[in-house]
Design a protein around this ligand. Structure first.
Ligand code: G4F
Length: 339
């Protein structure tokens, strides 16, 4: 039997790497879109894919170039396409609104248009986000809750979501959106608050740092584990009909609670180490997110199993291991962690 072909944009990121592993286990031929720089400097850009690199087919293209995405899709002709690539750091979207909109909206539009042209039977997944709910109009949020984004990033995701719906309705593309709430893991980038806390807590425990500067620690998020969330993406594309699904744990916790648990797991008190930095507060904040994934549970049979505490513990343990294994020179070099 011929293998099913999957194409993942954003394969080098946290979700892309877990999804690639999952699809390889399911015996897919897995192709990924990467930036040219990733192929030139694999050690730096492809570390999350290290264990499966030899089984992947990587193609260089840019989300800013329709021609490059069209070329990749023409050569791969995927059965399933997971569009995960984006400028995904909300804070950065306040600093560079224009490039966030260009990359996230045009990138999604280019992929949809190329699939419509070259592979209209391909099933498409769009990585929507709970940031689309922004200043939430109800708690918990469902697929029916109105969007009220609070950042250009959130606005770009609403546009991508609407593009996906429109290609579904106008051209009968099997196009689905996951409205994913925050999902974390030891593969999370250091710029996101969970990884920032887990890595700093580990460094503080080892005497390599003393403080972690944070912004709004009262913000609440519905945090799940990325490894579980990529399975929901796949199940969506196995449905006879496309749709939109909230993917969340249904629990909400503050950044303060995350810090409290992370530090206490190492026998430390977060109050001794968290420093408030006014520059890290956002011009417009999403104060609280809590998702209701009943539809995903009922239709897709998807439900999360990893608890908040298990997630925090796994991240802190992984960072402790990484930081303990560092040479003195590495440790000194990494003093300037991204904030
Ligand atoms: O970890 P964060 O940067 O994630 P955020 O903004 O919620 O976005 C993440 O989840 C979205 C899904 O809801 C994705 F669409 C998006 O791509 C990304 O994956 O910040 C979480 C909270 C915010 O309220 C922020 O203000 O933590 C607060 N925070 C407090 N101090 C901080 C910091 N966030 C960061 N990154 N760094 C801080 O020092």
């Amino acid at each position: 039997m011929t293998k099913r072909i999957a194409l993942i944009t954003g394969i080098t990121g946290q979700d892309g790497s877990y999804l690639a592993e999952f699809l390889l286990e399911k015996d897919y031929a897995v192709h990924g879109v990467v930036r040219r720089v990733a192929l030139e400097d694999p050690e730096h850009h492809l570390w999350r894919l290290r264990s499966v690199l030899q089984d992947l087919h990587l193609h260089s293209a840019s989300l800013e170039s329709f021609a490059s995405l069209h070329r990749v899709i023409r050569s791969v002709l995927p059965d399933e396409c997971y569009h995960l690539a984006a400028q995904s750091f909300v804070s950065y979207s306040f600093e560079d609104e224009f490039s966030t909109l260009n990359t996230n909206i045009n990138g999604t539009h280019y992929v949809l248009a190329a699939l419509h042209d070259l592979a209209p039977k391909c099933r498409f997944y769009f990585a929507g986000s709970s940031e689309m709910f922004g200043r939430v109009e109800e708690v918990p949020q469902t697929e029916k809750t109105r969007f009220h984004p609070r950042s250009v990033y959130g606005i770009s995701k609403v546009a991508g979501f609407e593009l996906t719906r429109n290609y579904r309705e106008a051209y009968d593309l099997h196009a689905s959106s996951g409205i994913l709430y925050n999902h974390e893991s030891p593969r999370r980038g250091y710029e996101f608050v969970t990884r920032k806390i887990s890595s700093h807590a580990a460094r503080i425990k080892l005497g390599l740092a003393s403080k972690v500067p944070l912004g709004n620690i009262e913000a609440k998020r519905d945090w799940g584990h990325a490894r579980e969330y990529v399975k929901a993406m796949w199940v969506m594309l196995q449905q006879p009909r496309p749709g939109d699904y909230v993917v969340a744990t249904g629990e909400t916790h503050s950044v303060r609670e995350f810090a409290e648990l992370a530090f206490s797991h190492l026998g430390l008190d977060y109050k001794d180490h968290v420093a408030s930095d006014p520059q890290l507060f956002r011009p417009a904040e999403v104060d609280m997110l809590q998702g209701d994934a009943s539809l995903a549970r009922a239709t897709l049979g998807w439900k999360p199993t990893i608890s908040f505490y298990e997630l925090v513990r796994e991240m802190v343990d992984a960072d402790l291991k990484i930081q303990s294994g560092r040479s003195v020179i590495d440790a000194a070099r990494s003093v300037g962690f991204p904030q």
